[in-house]
Design a protein around this ligand. Structure first.
Ligand code: FES
Length: 163
């Protein structure tokens, strides 16, 4: 009696290369999945924080603003106004839908280009759909003589800063 062969017959070179191919394909897929998982966890564990610029604006020396001037700083969205009573700052963003207003020197008003709201130099609403006047912003003089404006703090109107 001859013993029966229980092992499978030896594989051909073609089958070996196919097996190696699928092994590499499987390992590659696992590698891609692992990298994707790591990226997901990195994004999940990273703080989701929005860093904003400080609301405090250094508007420079008070003498840079002559009497009866209205100066728009479009980058910060504020007006620096110097009148005989003193200095004040207005938020230049229209209270209707948030467009940036502009100072019309020839008309002596602040105008919104979007829907036609008009404001006085002191921010009072004169015309248009804006529901509220332009807010006055907290303004003070720093120790080194610069005008400072806090865009996040409003004050009642007609509180001038005297320098
Ligand atoms: S956004 Fe200024 S009037 Fe509408």
């Amino acid at each position: 009696m001859t013993p029966q062969a229980t092992s499978t017959p030896p594989e051909t070179a073609e089958e070996l290369s196919r097996r190696a191919f699928f092994t590499k394909l499987g390992l590659g897929s696992l590698g891609v999945a692992a990298v994707g998982t790591l990226v997901f966890y990195y994004r999940y564990l990273s703080p989701n924080v929005l860093f904003e610029a400080s609301p405090v604006v250094n508007a420079g020396k008070a003498e840079n603003y002559p009497v009866d001037s209205v100066t728009l700083d479009a980058s910060t969205g504020i007006y620096l106004v110097h009148v005989a009573e003193g200095y004040f700052a207005l938020n230049a963003v229209c209270t209707h839908l948030g467009c940036l207003t502009t100072w019309k020197q020839d008309l002596g008003i602040i105008a919104c280009p979007c829907h036609g709201s008009r404001f006085s130099r002191e921010g009072q609403k004169l015309a248009g759909p804006a529901p509220k006047p332009l807010p006055w912003l907290k303004t003070w003089l720093s120790d080194d003589g610069n005008l400072m404006v806090d865009r996040s703090s409003t004050i009642p109107a007609l509180q001038y800063l005297r320098v």
